[in-house]
Write a protein that binds this ligand. Structure first.
Ligand SMILES: [Zn+2]
Length: 310
């Protein structure tokens, strides 16, 4: 069995403005890196559109309708907040992004791939059930997790988030549901300011490990090994979804967590090892942040190499 790579050209069509760090080139450099010979065995599939039903399992129908009703004209930007805006191509991008995360789950649970990487944008982990923010509109990882429960009948699904920012949206969606686990390392203080260790969810199903600016590799690895993976093991997930943001890299302009490229290989191996024991290696990864184009491409490449078990 192999690894699926799921993407869609429509994800390049979301453009929040020429200055914006969450730019189409992010996805272009990731896909270019995955064109190397090493990645020839990837099963390449086009991300479908997410359905209204899939989105409304996480987001209220009124919110889904309100977001999808925004139809910017060519060269128009509709601002949601200071750094979250829709362009003409955004409606298609956000539907294919969430649909890509859903297809990644289907690939792994249907068994035609052992692992899957959804190379999609815009990211999703800041999108709360009823609020777009932080470059995010629909919560791709959360929609995928609940899809795994509803479509495939799984009881326990985990989202693990190593993006440098806290996934406030995923936490908000998961906190009331003991069948959904959310574990995150993130820089604190940093945007969006959430992610306290005191947030535990209804059943200890939220595990936050905030890290101070400048923490570096050793602190990152210790946080996962000692604080997040043990309760995840106890949760006994049937599927793990990674919110794979690469903006904790030392070259990233948006934060100062100072990770090396190799740290993303390490955490991927750790997650796969736990998944081998808990859930037959079933791991889905969904692209979140990462804003230094060179570091993003290199980090995503080592992450996918590990997903392929090369
Ligand atoms: Zn981020």
């Amino acid at each position: 069995m192999t690894t699926a790579l799921i993407t869609h050209p429509a994800c390049l069509g979301h453009d929040a403005g020429g200055w914006h760090p969450e730019c189409p080139d992010r996805l272009r450099v990731v896909l270019r890196a995955l064109e190397a010979e090493t990645f020839a065995p990837l099963l390449r599939e086009a991300a479908p559109l997410a359905t209204h039903e899939q989105l409304s399992r996480v987001h209220p129908v009124s919110y889904v309708d309100a977001i999808l009703a925004i139809r910017p004209a060519a060269d128009e930007l509709v601002q949601i907040d200071g750094d979250t805006a829709l362009s003409e191509g955004t409606p298609a991008a956000i539907l294919h992004a969430a649909g890509g995360a859903v297809l990644a789950v289907d690939a792994v649970l249907d068994g035609w791939a052992r692992t899957a990487f959804a190379a999609i944008r815009p990211p999703g982990h800041h999108a709360e059930p009823d609020r777009a923010m932080g470059f995010c509109f629909f919560n791709n990882a959360a929609v995928a997790a609940v899809h795994a429960q509803v479509r495939w009948g799984l009881d326990r699904v985990a989202v693990l988030d190593f993006d440098v920012h806290h996934g406030n949206g995923t936490q908000a969606a998961f906190a009331p549901h003991p069948s959904l686990f959310y574990g995150s390392t993130h820089q604190h203080p940093c945007y969006p300011g959430t992610g306290s260790v005191r947030d535990r969810g209804v059943a200890g199903n939220i595990v936050n490990a905030p890290l101070a600016p400048g923490s570096g590799s050793a602190s990152f690895r210790a946080a996962w090994a000692e604080r997040i993976l043990p309760p995840l093991r106890a949760f006994d997930p049937e599927l793990i979804i990674i919110s794979a943001g690469f903006d904790a890299h030392k070259a990233d302009p948006l934060a100062e967590l100072l990770l090396e490229t190799e740290d993303f290989a390490w955490i991927t191996r750790e997650i796969l090892e736990l998944a081998d024991a808990a859930c037959r290696g079933r791991v889905v990864s969904v692209l979140e942040g990462g804003y230094d184009l060179t570091a993003l491409a290199a980090s995503a490449a080592v992450h996918v190499r590990e997903l392929m078990r090369l």
